[in-house]
Design a protein around this ligand. Structure first.
Ligand SMILES: [Zn+2]
Length: 355
């Protein structure tokens, strides 16, 4: 066991070497790995566990209290890989305690509107539910899949059965969960399938993996399992990156982006279990376990981590960065002209050469 850990550590170390991150600017053959962790708050990413929530047995089962306090006492302990990125030439952004700001611009602060904004580069105010409605908007995944250099080389794996609709797999031709043949896979299955695809699909250029346990456990009010899911996701992302760096087709030309579709309530007490704006709450109060016409302030706050040849640390300026900038960032990292995709989309983030 010890030897395996050591071997992994040795394999993993070169992936974090700064010289790799300073590789040349995007050129032909660039690749992208995008991972989303549904409804993961910046608070846990940067601050680590909230002591009040850990002390509350209703949220943190006493059996888990010691593990949380000993193993996951800080944000870096919960998500060590993501926290290692800045020292390796990447970025981790969205720590509001440090004056950083990133948010969604859609008015709902829940999943479908968030994934739509993230993948299309602009909010669509007409998307006001998570209903299984075929997305009328074109995601950057679909746009790429219609271009000769990317056609058939874009894949998506996700745990949520609304993704076929958000990606509009019927129209876009982007396979969603190709390996599970339309079934609604568990997170473990999704992780395994995505890793198998990275290992075996040599011609794949864009891999999007959407993980959902973080949101599921939060809605259940199970704080320890949220932290466990974050830690598991971080492990999975580290392994994906290690695999990419070990593969000549991916090494040195792959950009990794990790982010979330929305935050969660920031008020003390049970607000963290929910998310959504006041407008969203008023539209469908029955969808929420907490009756609060104010909705869940703070759940518009998001964060982002990235590394790869298209990424460089940069001052973020004074404006709050937005989810609508991620699509253009991803396209820029791939060496594509984001304005050809949608000149009205949010411009690339500063870390991707935008301003
Ligand atoms: Zn949710």
């Amino acid at each position: 066991m010890h030897r395996i850990v050591l071997a992994l550590a040795l394999l993993f170390a070169p992936a974090l070497a700064p010289e790799l991150a300073r590789a040349e600017a995007p050129a032909a053959g660039q690749r992208l790995i995008l991972v989303t962790m549904d409804g993961t708050r910046w608070q846990e990413v940067f601050r680590g566990p909230d002591k009040a929530l850990v002390a509350e047995p209703k949220f943190t089962h006493p059996d888990w209290k010691e593990t949380v306090e000993k193993a996951w006492s800080t944000g870096a302990a919960v998500m060590p890989f993501v926290h290692s990125l800045p020292a390796a030439g990447g970025v981790l952004y969205g720590n509001r305690d440090a004056g950083e700001c990133m948010r969604v611009t859609n008015p709902m602060w829940f999943s479908y509107p968030g994934y739509n904004e993230l993948l299309t580069g602009r909010p669509d105010p007409a998307i006001t539910s998570n209903d299984k409605i075929w997305n009328r908007n074109t995601t950057f995944l679909e746009w790429l899949n219609r271009r000769p250099a990317f056609a058939g080389h874009v894949r998506m794996y996700g745990t949520w059965d609304v993704f076929p609709y958000i990606i509009n797999d019927k129209r876009s031709g982007v396979p969603v969960n190709a390996e599970s043949a339309g079934a609604h896979p568990t997170e473990t299955r999704t992780m395994r399938d995505a890793q198998a695809a990275l290992r075996s699909a040599a011609d794949m250029r864009v891999l999007y993996v959407a993980l959902g346990d973080t949101d599921e456990f939060a809605h259940e009010g199970d704080y320890a399992q949220v932290l466990a899911a974050m830690n598991r996701d971080d492990d999975f992302i580290a392994e994906l990156w290690r695999m990419a760096q070990a593969d000549p087709a991916w090494r040195g030309r792959t950009t990794l982006i990790v982010t979330t579709d929305h935050g969660r309530g920031a008020k003390p007490g049970a607000a963290w279990t929910e998310h959504g704006s006041a407008a969203a709450w008023k539209l469908a109060p029955a969808d929420y376990t907490i009756a609060d016409p104010e909705g869940f302030p703070g759940s518009d706050a998001i964060w982002l981590a990235a590394i790869g040849p298209g990424v460089r640390p940069a001052a973020a300026g004074t404006d709050c960065l937005t989810q609508s900038q991620i699509a253009a960032s991803a396209l820029t990292a791939l060496g594509e002209d984001w304005k050809a995709f949608d000149a009205g989309a949010g411009a690339p983030l500063p870390f991707f050469g935008g301003r």
